[in-house]
Design a protein around this ligand. Structure first.
Ligand code: GDP
Length: 358
């Protein structure tokens, strides 16, 4: 476990006017500058990460996200060294359409947990973030209290590449965060596409935020996403909205009964909450801890994590095979030519594919 002092070195937790803390932060900054200049050995990364040094954690994540091969090799070395120190956390996925209150909810639950003595890392998967010119998720300004807490670490979505690539980077970032002592990992995504499946493949528990009276169509939530949820939380359940929220709760409970039972044996719960007032947040946490206990007792927890690791390995193999194929100079040379012949009707798609694969 990192010492308290190590947390003060965090570049995220500068406290103005406290001389001692500034001194420590300067140390972190100079270490960071050194790290930029020199090629820091993976062992030093490991040592600093295990010490809870947020600056080094951030830098290692930057290596994971880099498109440079040498950076990726270094990142893999660091990840491998961190592996024995990872895994000791609860990984929770959050989804829901923009505006449903994800960041407000994460802030409320995150602060609740920090007050319980936990350390919370907030990561995000948003493959669209590159196109929209900056990540809409994990934005520190959206989670002011968490950003200011030395026991929280917020990292926006990696922006470049395919969903598979973005997901891999986030899954690897989880390992580093756990090695750095974060015992609660939040992974956030928007509830509009394939990214839920990616998040689901790397978390223990999946939380779907909904609004009362908006209708499933309007909320863009597909049945498949509801089926993945271990809990559905109807947010903004306060004031005049409480009645509607309770009605929605009953409706979702009924709908969930129609789904086939989950492999874990867990029956998904539906709760109402208000991220704004904090009502219901504690109840949600209670359900999450119940779920963890339930799945740990049945061994499903470990089984699911093992399956997730295996899934990622095969996904990585598939991605690499594909990259090597398209990067191959013979492929590049012949692809266009065969495509032309295909379009002229001279050869069949099967023949063209076979020629290239050979
Ligand atoms: P996100 O896009 O899903 O991350 O949603 P945000 O957390 O940014 O919230 C969108 C808007 O809903 C903001 O104006 C929040 O203040 C508001 N909001 C979030 N949670 C609640 C809630 O429980 N009650 C009410 N009334 N407003 C909320």
């Amino acid at each position: 476990m990192p010492s308290k002092d190590s947390n003060k070195k965090s570049a995220l937790s500068v406290q103005k006017g406290v001389e001692q803390v500034n001194q420590l932060d300067e140390n972190a900054v100079s270490k960071f500058k050194d790290a930029k200049k020199k090629d820091i050995p993976a062992d030093q990364f490991l040592k600093e990460i295990l010490f809870g040094n947020i600056t080094f954690l951030g830098r290692a994540i930057t290596l994971i996200e880099s498109s440079k091969n040498e950076h990726r090799i270094k990142a893999q070395e660091i990840i491998n060294k961190c592996m024995p120190y990872s895994g000791n956390s609860v990984r929770i996925g959050f989804t829901g359409v923009p505006g449903v209150g994800k960041s407000t909810f994460i802030e409320a639950l995150g602060m609740n947990l920090i007050n319980k003595g936990k350390k919370v890392a907030v990561l995000a998967i948003d493959p669209s973030s590159e196109r929209s010119g900056g990540s809409i998720l994990g934005d520190k300004t959206r989670m002011e209290q968490l950003s200011a807490s030395k026991n929280a670490f917020i990292r926006p979505s990696p922006s470049a590449g395919s969903l598979g690539g973005v997901a891999r980077k986030t899954a690897e970032t989880i390992i580093l965060c756990e090695a750095a002592g974060f015992d609660t990992i939040f992974v956030e995504t928007v509830g509009v596409g394939q990214s839920e499946i990616a998040v689901h493949s790397m978390v223990d528990f999946f939380l779907l935020l909904m609004l009362a009276g908006a209708g499933d169509e309007l909320q863009g939530i597909k049945r498949g996403i509801m089926e993945m949820a271990d809990i559905i939380v109807i947010n903004k359940a306060e004031g005049d909205n409480i009645h509607k929220a309770n009605r929605a709760k009953a409706e979702y409970q009924n709908a969930l009964h129609l789904f086939p039972p989950a492999e874990s044996g867990w029956v998904p719960k539906v709760l109402t909450a208000s991220a704004l007032t904090g009502v219901g947040i504690e109840d949600v946490w209670k359900i999450i801890t119940d779920y963890i206990e339930y799945t740990q007792n049945s061994n499903f927890f470990t089984k699911k994590r093992n399956e997730q690791s295996k899934f990622r390995m095969y996904e990585m193999i598939n991605e690499e095979i594909k990259n090597r194929f398209y990067d191959n100079k013979d492929t590049k040379l012949n692809l266009k030519e065969l495509e032309k012949k295909l379009l002229k009707g001279e050869i069949s798609p099967y023949f063209a594919a076979n020629m290239l694969l050979k």
